[in-house]
Design a protein around this ligand. Structure first.
Ligand code: HEM
Length: 382
C-alpha cells in the first residue's frame, strides 16, 4: 500500500508542481503527513516523498540493487550520453563515478580559486550600476564561462553558444514536457538534437587536441576513459555544473540584496543558509528494485523513494547536495565557486532590491529559481 497523497489527476499535480512547487510540497505534507505520495505526468511511477532524517539516511545508504539512482534523469540521455553519471546504474555508475571524482576533491580544486576569482571580476566589470537588472541570466553566463574554463582549460564562444541553446531548450518547462512526451525530430526536439550534434563536434575536437593548460579534461584523459566516455562525462559536468550553480548564485544575490552582509572574509555561513532555505533542486529520487519499507509502509517494486531536499532542509540536517553514492560530485566545486563569486561581489558592490518583496521560488525545468530572475540593483562601493 502506498502512503496517502493528493488525489488530483497526475496532470493537475504536475501543474501544481511546476507553478507552485513549494506550496504544493508544504500543503501535501500538512494534509497527508509523511511520507506522502505524488504523481506527475513525467513518469508512470508514483513518487513517495519523505523529509525524515532517519529515513533519508537509510535511503541514501541503501545498496543500488534495492534503491536505484539515475532513473529520474532518463530524459537527459540524448544530451548527456549513455555513459553519463546522471543516467547510469549500479556497477557501471560506480566505475564512471570513480573516474570523475578525483579532480573534484577539495584539495585538487583549491588551485582553481584564482581563476574563478579573475573570471568573476572580469564579469563584474560588465554589471550595470544603480539600475535594476536580472542576475540569473548573468550568473548563467558566468558559471558557464567558469566551468568551461576549468574543464577545458580554455573558453570557446561557439561551444558556449551551442551548450546554451541545448540547455535553454531543456530549461523551458513546456519544451521539456513536449520533448519528453513526444520525441520527434522536428520542433523543439529537432532543434535540440541539432544543438547536441554541434556540441559533439566541438567537444570531440577539444578531446583530440593536446591542451596547453591544465584542465579537468587532461586529468580525465589520464584515467583511461574512452573517447565516448570522456565526451559524456564532459557534457554531464558542463550541464550539471552550470545551471545549478547559476541558480544558487542568483538566489544568493537575491538574498544578499535584502539582507546586506560583508562576505569578503567568510561567506560560508551565508552560503549554507542560502542552500538551506532556497534549495536549487527540491528532491532526489531513487527507484525501488524490490519491495522497500519506508516509515512502516511496504512500497512495491517500481516506485520512487524521494528524499525531499526542500522539506528536509526546513526541519533537520540540510541535504542540498543529496547523499550516498549519488551525492553531487560537484559539491566542493560549487561551494568554491559560490565563495569566490560572492567575495568578489561583496568587495565591489552594495546590493539592494528594486522591490521589497522577496522573490518566490518558481520551477524552471528541474531547478527552483527566483520567480523574477533575481532582480537587483548594484551600487559600487566608494
Ligand atoms: C549549488 C550547486 C549545485 C547543487 C545544489 C547541486 C545539487 C545536486 C544534487 C541534489 C544532486 C543529486 C544527488 C542525489 O541524487 O543524491 C546532484 C548530482 C550531481 N551533480 Fe550537482 N549540484 C550543484 C553543482 C554541481 C556542479 C558544479 C557539478 C559539476 C561540476 C555537479 C555535478 C553533478 C553530477 C555529475 C551529479 C550526478 C551524480 C551521480 O549521480 O553520481 N553539480 N547535484
Amino acid at each position: 500500500m502506498l502512503p496517502p497523497g493528493p488525489k488530483a489527476p497526475s496532470a493537475f499535480q504536475t501543474i501544481e508542481w511546476i507553478v507552485r512547487p513549494t506550496h504544493f510540497l508544504r500543503q501535501a505534507q500538512a494534509k497527508y503527513g509523511e511520507p506522502f505520495t505524488i504523481r506527475t505526468a513525467w513518469s508512470d511511477a508514483p513518487m513517495v516523498l519523505t523529509s525524515d532524517p532517519e529515513e533519508i539516511k537509510r535511503a541514501y545508504a541503501a545498496p543500488p540493487d534495492v534503491l536505484q539512482g539515475g532513473d529520474a534523469a532518463d530524459f537527459l540521455e540524448p544530451f548527456v550520453g549513455r555513459n553519463s553519471l546522471l543516467v547510469l546504474h549500479g556497477d557501471e555508475h560506480l566505475k564512471q563515478r570513480r573516474l570523475v571524482l578525483p579532480p573534484f576533491h577539495g584539495e585538487a580544486l583549491r588551485r582553481w580559486s584564482d581563476t574563478i576569482s579573475t573570471l568573476a571580476h572580469a564579469h563584474l566589470d560588465t554589471w550595470p550600476t544603480g539600475t535594476p537588472f536580472r542576475a540569473l541570466p548573468r550568473m548563467q553566463e558566468l558559471t558557464l564561462e567558469i566551468i568551461q574554463r576549468v574543464i577545458f582549460g580554455s573558453q570557446d564562444a561557439e561551444l558556449k553558444h551551442a551548450l546554451r541553446s541545448a540547455l535553454d531548450l531543456t530549461q523551458s518547462t513546456p519544451n521539456l514536457i513536449a520533448m519528453s512526451l513526444v520525441q520527434r525530430d522536428f520542433g523543439p526536439y529537432g532543434r535540440f538534437l541539432k544543438a547536441v550534434e554541434r556540441i559533439d563536434e566541438l567537444v570531440y575536437a577539444r578531446i583530440d587536441q593536446p591542451s596547453e593548460t591544465e584542465s579537468i579534461l587532461d586529468l580525465l584523459k589520464q584515467s583511461g576513459a574512452t573517447r565516448e566516455e570522456l565526451r559524456d562525462q564532459l557534457v554531464t559536468l558542463l550541464a550539471a555544473g552550470h545551471e545549478t550553480t547559476a541558480t544558487a548564485l542568483a538566489w544568493a544575490l537575491e538574498r544578499l540584496a535584502r539582507h546586506p552582509a560583508d562576505l569578503t572574509a567568510d561567506p560560508q555561513p551565508f552560503i549554507d543558509e542560502v542552500l538551506r532555505t532556497r534549495p536549487v533542486l527540491s528532491i532526489t529520487a531513487r527507484k525501488t528494485l524490490q519491495p522497500y519499507t519506508l516509515a512502516g509502509h511496504t512500497l512495491p517494486e517500481g516506485v520512487y523513494v524521494a528524499p525531499c531536499i526542500y522539506l528536509a532542509n526546513r526541519r533537520g540536517k540540510p541535504i542540498p547536495f543529496g547523499g550516498g553514492t549519488r551525492r553531487c560530485v560537484g559539491a566542493a566545486f560549487a561551494t568554491l565557486e559560490l565563495r569566490e563569486v560572492l567575495r568578489a561581489v561583496s568587495g565591489r558592490f552594495r546590493l539592494r532590491p528594486p522591490r521589497a518583496q522577496g522573490e518566490r521560488m518558481r520551477r524552471r525545468s528541474i531547478t527552483l529559481a527566483p520567480a523574477r530572475g533575481a532582480e537587483i540593483i548594484a551600487d559600487p562601493l566608494a
